[in-house]
Design a protein. Structure first.
Length: 123
């Protein structure tokens, strides 16, 4: 792994992005917040404070995209790091935030269905 960004060698197009993300270390229970600055099908660039202290292998969660995937650092500087996704994005794995939203929406739906029955049932 290099300490500075290298010449452009990646294949797939990366689109610019500005999304919050969380780095979860696999070896210990720590998390670190960062910002996704660009994103492709096989990697991303993260803006993180003190990225030099982040582990080489970790799990990345991007709630806005409902992505949770293993990744590894390819290059890093003090404020940013380039990462490569390891494996594929699991379409069935939802982030905790999404699971929370699903539960809230189910409760709201049940309340609305109950209210609709109350309004449409004859007394």
């Amino acid at each position: 792994m290099q300490n500075q960004p290298r010449a452009e060698r990646r294949g797939p197009f990366r689109r610019r992005a500005l999304m919050s993300a969380t780095v979860r270390a696999k070896t210990h229970s720590g998390t670190h917040s960062c910002v996704v600055r660009n994103l492709s099908t096989n990697g991303a660039m993260l803006a993180c404070t003190d990225s030099m202290w982040l582990p080489e292998h970790f799990e990345l969660e991007i709630p806005k995209q409902d992505i949770r995937i293993n990744a590894r650092a390819v290059w890093r500087s003090n404020e940013a790091m380039g990462i490569e996704f390891v494996g594929r994005i699991d379409k069935d794995a939802r982030s905790a935030r999404t699971e929370e939203k699903v539960i809230v929406l189910q409760v709201e739906r049940e309340a609305l269905q109950k209210r609709l029955r109350e309004l449409t049932d004859p007394y």
